[in-house]
Design a binder for this molecule. Structure first.
Ligand SMILES: NC(=O)c1ccc[n+]([C@@H]2O[C@H](COP(=O)([O-])OP(=O)(O)OC[C@H]3O[C@@H](n4cnc5c(N)ncnc54)[C@H](O)[C@@H]3O)[C@@H](O)[C@H]2O)c1
Length: 315
Protein backbone atom coordinates (compact mmCIF):
# COMPACT_ATOMS: atom_id res chain seq x y z
CA UNK A 1 0.00 0.00 0.00
CA UNK A 2 1.27 3.46 -0.90
CA UNK A 3 0.33 6.52 1.15
CA UNK A 4 -3.02 8.11 1.88
CA UNK A 5 -4.43 11.00 -0.18
CA UNK A 6 -7.59 13.11 -0.17
CA UNK A 7 -9.48 14.00 -3.34
CA UNK A 8 -11.99 16.84 -3.04
CA UNK A 9 -14.57 16.64 -5.79
CA UNK A 10 -13.71 12.94 -6.11
CA UNK A 11 -17.25 12.05 -7.21
CA UNK A 12 -17.01 14.33 -10.24
CA UNK A 13 -15.88 13.69 -13.80
CA UNK A 14 -12.12 14.23 -13.44
CA UNK A 15 -12.01 13.48 -9.70
CA UNK A 16 -13.54 10.01 -10.00
CA UNK A 17 -11.18 9.07 -12.84
CA UNK A 18 -8.31 10.26 -10.64
CA UNK A 19 -9.60 8.21 -7.68
CA UNK A 20 -9.72 5.02 -9.80
CA UNK A 21 -6.12 5.52 -10.94
CA UNK A 22 -4.89 6.35 -7.43
CA UNK A 23 -6.51 3.14 -6.13
CA UNK A 24 -5.00 1.08 -8.96
CA UNK A 25 -1.64 2.57 -8.04
CA UNK A 26 -2.00 1.40 -4.44
CA UNK A 27 -2.98 4.63 -2.64
CA UNK A 28 -5.70 4.72 -0.02
CA UNK A 29 -8.15 7.50 -0.77
CA UNK A 30 -10.62 9.72 1.06
CA UNK A 31 -13.12 11.53 -1.15
CA UNK A 32 -14.80 14.72 0.06
CA UNK A 33 -17.74 15.76 -2.06
CA UNK A 34 -21.10 17.45 -1.61
CA UNK A 35 -22.54 15.59 -4.64
CA UNK A 36 -23.78 18.82 -6.21
CA UNK A 37 -22.59 17.65 -9.64
CA UNK A 38 -20.82 14.41 -8.71
CA UNK A 39 -22.31 10.91 -8.55
CA UNK A 40 -22.05 8.25 -5.84
CA UNK A 41 -22.16 5.56 -8.52
CA UNK A 42 -18.67 6.69 -9.67
CA UNK A 43 -17.22 5.58 -6.32
CA UNK A 44 -16.85 2.09 -4.92
CA UNK A 45 -17.47 2.60 -1.21
CA UNK A 46 -15.64 -0.66 -0.42
CA UNK A 47 -12.35 0.87 -1.53
CA UNK A 48 -12.79 4.54 -0.76
CA UNK A 49 -13.66 6.47 2.37
CA UNK A 50 -16.38 8.91 1.30
CA UNK A 51 -17.17 12.04 3.31
CA UNK A 52 -20.21 14.01 2.19
CA UNK A 53 -19.33 17.57 3.02
CA UNK A 54 -19.72 21.00 1.44
CA UNK A 55 -16.20 22.43 1.52
CA UNK A 56 -17.42 25.99 1.06
CA UNK A 57 -19.34 25.91 4.36
CA UNK A 58 -17.06 23.49 6.18
CA UNK A 59 -15.24 24.57 9.32
CA UNK A 60 -11.48 24.17 8.76
CA UNK A 61 -11.32 22.06 11.97
CA UNK A 62 -13.83 19.58 10.54
CA UNK A 63 -12.03 19.47 7.21
CA UNK A 64 -8.73 19.00 9.02
CA UNK A 65 -10.12 15.87 10.66
CA UNK A 66 -10.89 14.51 7.18
CA UNK A 67 -7.35 15.39 6.06
CA UNK A 68 -5.37 13.88 8.94
CA UNK A 69 -2.75 11.40 7.73
CA UNK A 70 -2.91 12.48 4.08
CA UNK A 71 0.33 13.09 2.24
CA UNK A 72 -1.50 15.19 -0.39
CA UNK A 73 -4.84 16.81 -1.11
CA UNK A 74 -5.96 16.87 -4.72
CA UNK A 75 -8.33 19.82 -4.67
CA UNK A 76 -10.73 19.40 -7.59
CA UNK A 77 -14.05 20.39 -5.97
CA UNK A 78 -15.36 23.48 -7.72
CA UNK A 79 -18.10 24.91 -9.78
CA UNK A 80 -16.70 23.72 -13.12
CA UNK A 81 -19.43 25.26 -15.24
CA UNK A 82 -17.93 28.31 -16.95
CA UNK A 83 -20.90 29.16 -19.09
CA UNK A 84 -23.55 29.93 -16.52
CA UNK A 85 -21.44 32.09 -14.21
CA UNK A 86 -23.57 35.20 -14.59
CA UNK A 87 -26.75 33.31 -13.64
CA UNK A 88 -25.26 32.81 -10.15
CA UNK A 89 -22.68 35.58 -9.78
CA UNK A 90 -21.48 34.53 -6.27
CA UNK A 91 -21.12 30.84 -7.02
CA UNK A 92 -17.60 30.89 -8.49
CA UNK A 93 -16.34 33.02 -5.63
CA UNK A 94 -17.80 30.64 -3.04
CA UNK A 95 -17.17 27.25 -4.65
CA UNK A 96 -13.80 28.02 -6.19
CA UNK A 97 -12.15 30.61 -3.95
CA UNK A 98 -13.69 30.28 -0.46
CA UNK A 99 -13.55 26.48 -0.74
CA UNK A 100 -9.85 26.66 -1.68
CA UNK A 101 -9.08 28.88 1.33
CA UNK A 102 -10.84 26.33 3.55
CA UNK A 103 -8.74 23.55 2.03
CA UNK A 104 -5.52 25.52 2.62
CA UNK A 105 -6.45 26.22 6.26
CA UNK A 106 -7.29 22.58 6.84
CA UNK A 107 -4.02 21.44 5.22
CA UNK A 108 -2.11 23.56 7.67
CA UNK A 109 -4.09 22.29 10.66
CA UNK A 110 -3.67 18.65 9.57
CA UNK A 111 -0.02 19.01 8.46
CA UNK A 112 -0.70 17.99 4.88
CA UNK A 113 2.44 18.92 2.92
CA UNK A 114 1.15 18.89 -0.67
CA UNK A 115 -1.80 20.47 -2.49
CA UNK A 116 -2.54 19.69 -6.13
CA UNK A 117 -4.88 22.26 -7.62
CA UNK A 118 -7.06 22.08 -10.74
CA UNK A 119 -6.95 25.50 -12.35
CA UNK A 120 -7.79 26.28 -15.94
CA UNK A 121 -6.38 27.57 -19.20
CA UNK A 122 -9.16 30.15 -19.03
CA UNK A 123 -7.01 32.18 -16.61
CA UNK A 124 -5.12 33.50 -19.64
CA UNK A 125 -8.28 35.25 -20.78
CA UNK A 126 -7.97 36.25 -24.42
CA UNK A 127 -4.21 36.35 -24.54
CA UNK A 128 -2.58 36.93 -27.92
CA UNK A 129 0.33 34.70 -27.02
CA UNK A 130 -0.59 31.39 -28.65
CA UNK A 131 0.39 28.67 -27.90
CA UNK A 132 0.23 30.18 -24.42
CA UNK A 133 3.09 29.39 -22.01
CA UNK A 134 2.80 29.46 -18.21
CA UNK A 135 4.72 32.75 -18.05
CA UNK A 136 2.13 34.58 -20.22
CA UNK A 137 0.46 37.59 -18.65
CA UNK A 138 -3.25 37.57 -17.76
CA UNK A 139 -4.38 40.66 -19.68
CA UNK A 140 -8.11 40.46 -18.92
CA UNK A 141 -10.41 38.01 -17.14
CA UNK A 142 -13.48 37.26 -19.22
CA UNK A 143 -15.42 34.90 -16.91
CA UNK A 144 -16.25 34.75 -13.21
CA UNK A 145 -15.00 31.17 -13.28
CA UNK A 146 -11.51 32.11 -14.46
CA UNK A 147 -11.43 35.13 -12.15
CA UNK A 148 -12.11 32.85 -9.17
CA UNK A 149 -9.40 30.41 -10.28
CA UNK A 150 -6.86 33.26 -10.64
CA UNK A 151 -7.69 34.37 -7.10
CA UNK A 152 -7.43 30.81 -5.76
CA UNK A 153 -4.07 30.38 -7.51
CA UNK A 154 -2.84 33.58 -5.87
CA UNK A 155 -3.70 32.28 -2.39
CA UNK A 156 -2.00 28.96 -3.13
CA UNK A 157 1.09 30.86 -4.28
CA UNK A 158 1.13 32.94 -1.10
CA UNK A 159 0.81 29.84 1.10
CA UNK A 160 3.60 28.16 -0.87
CA UNK A 161 5.84 31.24 -0.66
CA UNK A 162 5.35 31.26 3.11
CA UNK A 163 6.46 27.63 3.21
CA UNK A 164 3.10 26.47 4.56
CA UNK A 165 2.39 24.02 1.75
CA UNK A 166 3.90 22.70 -1.48
CA UNK A 167 1.57 23.60 -4.34
CA UNK A 168 1.24 22.16 -7.84
CA UNK A 169 -1.13 24.21 -9.97
CA UNK A 170 -2.42 22.69 -13.20
CA UNK A 171 -4.00 24.96 -15.79
CA UNK A 172 -5.82 22.72 -18.16
CA UNK A 173 -7.92 22.95 -21.29
CA UNK A 174 -11.39 21.35 -21.53
CA UNK A 175 -11.27 17.68 -20.67
CA UNK A 176 -13.15 14.81 -22.36
CA UNK A 177 -13.59 11.08 -21.77
CA UNK A 178 -15.56 8.58 -19.66
CA UNK A 179 -17.91 10.13 -17.01
CA UNK A 180 -17.94 13.44 -18.85
CA UNK A 181 -21.04 15.29 -17.73
CA UNK A 182 -20.81 18.89 -18.88
CA UNK A 183 -19.56 20.76 -21.92
CA UNK A 184 -20.10 20.89 -25.64
CA UNK A 185 -20.16 17.12 -26.39
CA UNK A 186 -22.79 16.66 -23.68
CA UNK A 187 -24.84 19.58 -25.04
CA UNK A 188 -24.63 18.41 -28.65
CA UNK A 189 -25.63 14.85 -27.78
CA UNK A 190 -28.45 16.05 -25.56
CA UNK A 191 -29.82 18.02 -28.52
CA UNK A 192 -29.32 15.21 -31.04
CA UNK A 193 -31.20 12.74 -28.83
CA UNK A 194 -34.22 15.03 -29.08
CA UNK A 195 -33.81 16.25 -32.70
CA UNK A 196 -31.40 14.11 -34.74
CA UNK A 197 -31.81 16.36 -37.81
CA UNK A 198 -30.75 19.67 -36.25
CA UNK A 199 -27.87 20.89 -34.17
CA UNK A 200 -27.69 24.36 -32.68
CA UNK A 201 -24.08 25.46 -32.26
CA UNK A 202 -23.25 28.45 -30.07
CA UNK A 203 -21.16 31.00 -31.98
CA UNK A 204 -20.09 30.49 -35.59
CA UNK A 205 -18.37 27.14 -35.03
CA UNK A 206 -14.89 28.48 -35.81
CA UNK A 207 -13.86 28.69 -32.14
CA UNK A 208 -10.60 26.75 -31.82
CA UNK A 209 -10.20 24.42 -28.83
CA UNK A 210 -7.53 22.01 -27.64
CA UNK A 211 -9.52 19.29 -25.84
CA UNK A 212 -7.63 16.75 -23.70
CA UNK A 213 -8.49 13.19 -22.63
CA UNK A 214 -9.16 12.66 -18.92
CA UNK A 215 -6.59 9.82 -18.74
CA UNK A 216 -3.89 12.22 -19.92
CA UNK A 217 -5.04 14.81 -17.39
CA UNK A 218 -5.00 12.27 -14.54
CA UNK A 219 -1.53 11.03 -15.52
CA UNK A 220 -0.20 14.57 -15.18
CA UNK A 221 -1.97 15.24 -11.86
CA UNK A 222 -0.35 12.13 -10.42
CA UNK A 223 3.15 12.42 -11.83
CA UNK A 224 4.19 16.10 -11.99
CA UNK A 225 5.39 17.83 -8.81
CA UNK A 226 7.39 21.00 -8.11
CA UNK A 227 11.14 20.99 -7.64
CA UNK A 228 10.62 23.62 -4.90
CA UNK A 229 7.50 24.86 -3.13
CA UNK A 230 5.46 25.85 -6.16
CA UNK A 231 5.06 24.94 -9.80
CA UNK A 232 2.50 25.79 -12.46
CA UNK A 233 1.96 23.41 -15.37
CA UNK A 234 -0.19 23.90 -18.45
CA UNK A 235 -1.95 20.77 -19.63
CA UNK A 236 -3.49 20.36 -23.05
CA UNK A 237 -3.20 18.61 -26.37
CA UNK A 238 -0.54 19.47 -28.88
CA UNK A 239 -3.05 20.83 -31.41
CA UNK A 240 -6.58 22.13 -31.68
CA UNK A 241 -9.81 21.67 -33.62
CA UNK A 242 -12.78 23.89 -34.35
CA UNK A 243 -16.13 23.41 -32.64
CA UNK A 244 -17.54 22.56 -36.09
CA UNK A 245 -14.89 19.81 -36.50
CA UNK A 246 -16.03 18.36 -33.21
CA UNK A 247 -19.71 18.58 -34.26
CA UNK A 248 -18.83 16.65 -37.44
CA UNK A 249 -16.99 13.91 -35.51
CA UNK A 250 -19.86 13.60 -33.01
CA UNK A 251 -22.50 13.40 -35.76
CA UNK A 252 -20.48 10.84 -37.74
CA UNK A 253 -19.95 8.70 -34.64
CA UNK A 254 -23.71 8.69 -34.10
CA UNK A 255 -24.41 8.00 -37.79
CA UNK A 256 -26.29 11.32 -38.16
CA UNK A 257 -26.14 14.19 -40.64
CA UNK A 258 -27.83 17.08 -38.85
CA UNK A 259 -28.19 20.58 -40.27
CA UNK A 260 -26.10 22.99 -38.26
CA UNK A 261 -27.73 26.18 -36.96
CA UNK A 262 -25.12 28.66 -35.75
CA UNK A 263 -26.14 31.32 -33.23
CA UNK A 264 -23.42 33.55 -34.73
CA UNK A 265 -20.51 35.60 -33.45
CA UNK A 266 -16.99 34.40 -32.81
CA UNK A 267 -17.74 33.06 -29.32
CA UNK A 268 -20.46 30.88 -27.83
CA UNK A 269 -21.21 32.82 -24.65
CA UNK A 270 -19.85 35.61 -22.48
CA UNK A 271 -16.41 34.41 -21.43
CA UNK A 272 -16.04 31.81 -24.18
CA UNK A 273 -12.49 32.03 -25.48
CA UNK A 274 -12.48 31.85 -29.31
CA UNK A 275 -8.97 30.33 -29.35
CA UNK A 276 -7.42 28.32 -26.57
CA UNK A 277 -4.19 26.47 -27.20
CA UNK A 278 -1.66 26.06 -24.41
CA UNK A 279 2.07 25.57 -24.67
CA UNK A 280 2.61 22.32 -22.75
CA UNK A 281 6.36 22.03 -23.31
CA UNK A 282 7.08 22.50 -19.60
CA UNK A 283 5.03 19.43 -18.65
CA UNK A 284 6.54 17.55 -21.61
CA UNK A 285 10.06 18.36 -20.43
CA UNK A 286 9.08 16.94 -17.05
CA UNK A 287 8.17 13.67 -18.80
CA UNK A 288 4.42 14.00 -19.46
CA UNK A 289 2.89 13.17 -22.86
CA UNK A 290 -0.68 13.05 -24.11
CA UNK A 291 -1.64 9.67 -25.54
CA UNK A 292 -5.02 10.49 -27.08
CA UNK A 293 -5.73 12.80 -30.02
CA UNK A 294 -8.58 15.31 -29.83
CA UNK A 295 -10.66 13.25 -32.27
CA UNK A 296 -10.15 10.05 -30.25
CA UNK A 297 -11.14 11.91 -27.09
CA UNK A 298 -14.33 13.26 -28.70
CA UNK A 299 -15.26 9.82 -30.05
CA UNK A 300 -14.61 8.06 -26.73
CA UNK A 301 -16.80 10.63 -25.00
CA UNK A 302 -19.60 10.02 -27.48
CA UNK A 303 -19.34 6.25 -26.98
CA UNK A 304 -19.44 6.63 -23.19
CA UNK A 305 -22.48 8.91 -23.33
CA UNK A 306 -24.28 6.47 -25.67
CA UNK A 307 -23.67 3.69 -23.14
CA UNK A 308 -24.63 5.88 -20.17
CA UNK A 309 -27.80 7.63 -21.20
CA UNK A 310 -28.88 7.85 -17.53
CA UNK A 311 -26.64 10.90 -17.23
CA UNK A 312 -28.86 13.01 -19.52
CA UNK A 313 -31.71 12.63 -17.02
CA UNK A 314 -29.44 13.04 -14.01
CA UNK A 315 -28.07 16.45 -15.05
N1 LIG B 1 -13.81 19.52 -17.00
C1 LIG B 1 -12.98 20.39 -17.56
O1 LIG B 1 -12.92 20.49 -18.79
C2 LIG B 1 -12.07 21.24 -16.71
C3 LIG B 1 -11.15 22.08 -17.33
C4 LIG B 1 -10.31 22.88 -16.55
C5 LIG B 1 -10.37 22.79 -15.16
N2 LIG B 1 -11.29 21.97 -14.59
C6 LIG B 1 -11.34 21.89 -13.12
O2 LIG B 1 -11.22 20.53 -12.72
C7 LIG B 1 -11.98 20.30 -11.54
C8 LIG B 1 -12.92 19.13 -11.74
O3 LIG B 1 -13.83 19.44 -12.80
P1 LIG B 1 -14.89 18.39 -13.32
O4 LIG B 1 -15.05 18.63 -14.77
O5 LIG B 1 -14.55 17.02 -12.85
O6 LIG B 1 -16.20 18.92 -12.59
P2 LIG B 1 -17.37 18.12 -11.88
O7 LIG B 1 -18.48 19.10 -11.70
O8 LIG B 1 -17.67 16.85 -12.58
O9 LIG B 1 -16.71 17.77 -10.48
C9 LIG B 1 -16.66 18.66 -9.40
C10 LIG B 1 -16.94 17.85 -8.14
O10 LIG B 1 -16.84 18.73 -7.01
C11 LIG B 1 -17.98 18.55 -6.17
N3 LIG B 1 -18.18 19.83 -5.49
C12 LIG B 1 -18.48 21.03 -6.05
N4 LIG B 1 -18.54 21.98 -5.10
C13 LIG B 1 -18.27 21.37 -3.91
C14 LIG B 1 -18.20 21.81 -2.56
N5 LIG B 1 -18.43 23.09 -2.24
N6 LIG B 1 -17.90 20.92 -1.60
C15 LIG B 1 -17.67 19.62 -1.91
N7 LIG B 1 -17.74 19.14 -3.19
C16 LIG B 1 -18.03 20.00 -4.16
C17 LIG B 1 -19.10 18.16 -7.12
O11 LIG B 1 -20.17 17.47 -6.50
C18 LIG B 1 -18.35 17.27 -8.12
O12 LIG B 1 -18.30 15.93 -7.68
C19 LIG B 1 -12.67 21.62 -11.22
O13 LIG B 1 -11.88 22.31 -10.27
C20 LIG B 1 -12.66 22.35 -12.54
O14 LIG B 1 -12.69 23.75 -12.36
C21 LIG B 1 -12.14 21.19 -15.32
Amino acid sequence: MKGHVVVTGGAGFIGSNLVDTLLKDGFSVTVIDNFSTGFRRYLNADNVRVVQRDITCAKPDDLAVDFVGAEAVYHLAANADVRHGWKHPRLDHEQNLVATLNVLDACEKADVPDVVFSSTGSVYGETREIPTPERAMFPLQTSLYAASKVAAEAFLQAHAAAGRVRATIFRFVSVLGPRYSHGHVFDFMWQLRRSPDRLRILGDGTQRKSYMHVDDCVAALMSLRPAGDLEVFNLGTDGFCTVSDSATWISARLGLQPTYEFTGGDRGWIGDNPFIYLDVSKAATAGWRTRKTIKESVEETVDWLVENEWIFDAR
